[in-house]
Write a protein that binds this ligand. Structure first.
Ligand SMILES: NC(=O)C1=CN([C@@H]2O[C@H](COP(=O)(O)OP(=O)(O)OC[C@H]3O[C@@H](n4cnc5c(N)ncnc54)[C@H](OP(=O)(O)O)[C@@H]3O)[C@@H](O)[C@H]2O)C=CC1
Ligand SMILES: CC(C)(CO)C(=O)C(=O)O
Length: 299
């Protein structure tokens, strides 16, 4: 397959690098990372080891591909979609955290847009090098659920590159369950400046669980069957499995970078308002993170 990976930061470089073991990959990213990849290739180390030579560019306009994998931060999705729309794609797949990315992509792109969730961990080490901090799995499928031969083809292509992949018929449920995890872990760890495992202890556990329960309530109002128990259970198991991790939102706050709060807690608040579900915990968490953002000179 010809695959464009739009957003060659931590995750995009890892996924693009793994795909490059089997497919023709073009990474769209920033310099000096792109420059280094063009000259010396991309090294992946940590839990996986690879040295690959994908094409890399800082200019994402006019690209033609079978598939675009979108891995920019949620707040960059609109710009990424507009740039990708200048080329020609057969399909697009979001692997981003937060909600609403697929809808944004579909607004601009004239091709099927698939939803994805990924539990691989990636960390940018230096230009030309990323670390795989955890081997997980990838699920992808139609963004409204159901099956599609094109999703099957994409799943087969990821599998051929030895990426653990499930083609799922229940992506809306999976996206909401991941959102419940992110609404519980990300803002709480970012505000308290603690690793993921710390949210398992009372009284923080109550705060995180309240955020997850509200997210599940909004999901149900949106027609997706996600019980409170399933949402809080997912939070507990992810926080346990990633106990020593610093969440992406904590890392953003620590490096004075903009967070994805609008697509995480903010999404739950906004969708809850539309559906008549009050979300006081998510509202408080979103407001506090946004207040922090406004007070910073963000990168
Ligand atoms: N890292 C991880 O382990 C995981 C991340 N995710 C999700 O994946 C997404 C990406 O995360 P992550 O990789 O950590 O983020 P990064 O910030 O490391 O990667 C995004 C990259 O895209 C670049 N970018 C944005 N717009 C453009 C553009 N127009 N042209 C070229 N490059 C562009 C950014 O550059 P710049 O910053 O200069 O704008 C940045 O280098 C997020 O939604 C995150 O929540 C999900 C699971 C795991
Ligand atoms: C699952 C979790 C919470 C892992 O840290 C994550 O997705 C993030 O940090 O954004």
């Amino acid at each position: 397959m010809d695959i464009v990976v739009f957003g060659a930061g931590s995750l995009g470089s890892l996924v693009g690098g793994l795909l490059a073991r089997e497919h023709d990959v073009t990474l769209v990213g920033r310099n000096p990372h792109v420059d280094r990849i063009e000259r010396n290739g991309l090294r992946i180390d940590g839990e996986l080891d690879a040295h690959v030579f994908p094409t890399a560019t800082t200019d994402g306009t006019g690209l033609d591909a079978d598939l675009a994998v979108v891995t920019v931060k949620a707040f960059d999705t609109d710009a990424a979609a507009r740039t990708l729309a200048t080329g020609s794609l057969d399909a697009a797949l979001s692997l981003q955290n937060g909600m609403g990315n697929e809808a944004t992509l579909a607004t601009h792109l004239d091709c099927p847009v698939f939803a994805g969730t990924i539990t691989y961990g990636a960390m940018f080490v230096e230009p030309g090098r990323v670390e795989c901090t955890g081997i997980g799995e990838l699920a992808l499928g139609p963004r409204d659920g159901g099956s599609s031969p094109l999703a099957d083809r994409i799943g087969t292509a990821f599998g051929a590159a030895a990426i653990e992949t499930t083609v799922a018929m229940d992506m809306p449920r999976r996206l909401w369950r991941k959102l419940a995890v992110n609404t519980a872990i990300n803002p709480v760890t970012a505000l308290a400046r603690v690793e993921n495992g710390a949210i398992l202890d009372p009284p923080t556990a109550d705060l995180a669980a309240a955020a997850a329960r509200e997210t599940a309530q909004v999901a149900r109002a949106d027609g997706v069957e996600l019980t409170d128990t399933e949402a809080t259970g997912a939070v507990e198991s992810v926080a346990t499995a990633t106990a020593a991790n610093r969440s992406s939102m904590l890392q953003d706050v620590e490096s004075d970078a903009r967070t994805e709060v609008d697509a995480i807690s903010g999404y739950v608040v906004d969708r809850g308002e539309e559906l008549g579900v009050d979300t006081p915990t998510n509202r408080t968490l979103a407001t506090t993170i946004r207040t922090w953002e406004r007070g910073q000179d963000l990168r």
